[in-house]
Design a protein around this ligand. Sequence first.
Ligand code: UD1
Length: 372
Amino acid sequence: MSDVSSPVVFVAGARPNFMKVAPMLRAMTAAAPPFERVLVHTGQHYDAAMSDVFFRELGMPSPDVHLNAGSGSHGAQTAKVLASFEEYLLGCAARPRGVVVVGDVNSTMACALAAVKLSIPVAHVEAGLRSFDRTMPEEINRLVTDAICDLLLTSERAGDANLAREGIPAERVRFVGNVMIDTLMHQLPAAKALGVAASMGLAPQGYALVTLHRPSNVDEPVRLAALVGLLEKVAARRAVVFPTHPRTRERLERFGLLERLRSNGAIHLRDALGYRENLGLMADAALVLTDSGGIQEETTALGVPCLTLRSNTERPATVTDGTNTLVGDDLDAAWARVLEVLEGRYKKGATVEGWDGHAAERVTRVLLDAWG
Ligand code: UD1
């Protein structure tokens, strides 16, 4: 008989984690496992717009534990999450039977490290993704997390191949598909019903949606100014909707670029959006320009053209099978692709294996097998 009070701990820390954890909690509840589930929020993202709205919209239970880590340098933030998650694990009345971490943010690596050092098994959901670019903080988080976790659950086949190449034994790896697409399929009707584009006076396909937050794009004034120039060119052809991450908003203001965007009547600048608002806008966009990881996958699932302002991706299925094209640093090449889309010459997109709305059920089966 298993000890019911020995819980499985799910960790969520930052915005891109919430839509991955939500379907797993739902699937776990439906499967009625013979143990408790605990949700820990590290507090890496803490604003209402970066965190609270996701819990509300995705129907997630309030976190059982809040570590309140907050922002900071990478070292300071990682250390804070590591120390406070370790303290939480040590204080648990019954030793957790396992910890589930998702994605590639600082909280993912920190919590995996704290748990494995206490010999608690850890499962990493969205394992094996590699951009092969070690200047990206997320790439370091992925490498470290996968090297130490017991169970590696992959979202696309490239993940399996990467882990095999790194010498990780196949029995630690399970292909489960993409849990984020579970959330997308579950939320799409409600997202469309919001009518966000219409409320902004925009018709379906009548706008491009833009998101930017990577340090490589927004932290350097010359690069960010060039990207603002690209958005102005797009806006001359099609309206642009640009919800801004707090980091991007701060940089635009600091580099004197915010006013340029604000004064352009075809550019709709917004604060960071909730999950449904963003999904509704994405579903009806003519194209999406982004440097996000998750949005490359979501646009593929929606069949919406996506131009990624990076020169690599850890999610190659979005390029080989999906609607994504990497436009890299060359903004003239990006503009040529924008024209291709707007003129109806961009033909790309198919389904990806395991991106079917049932990945969380497969995760649950793996976890029940391993820890149930
Ligand atoms: C983090 C993740 C990144 C993910 C992104 C999505 C890492 C290494 N990076 O990057 O993979 O794509 O989240 O958003 O974990 N801030 C707020 N309110 C908040 C959170 C942050 O204002 O609720 C501001 C702070 O000024 C902070 C800055 O945003 O310094 C950056 O936040 P942080 O979580 O450190 O990294 P992101 O750039 O968001």
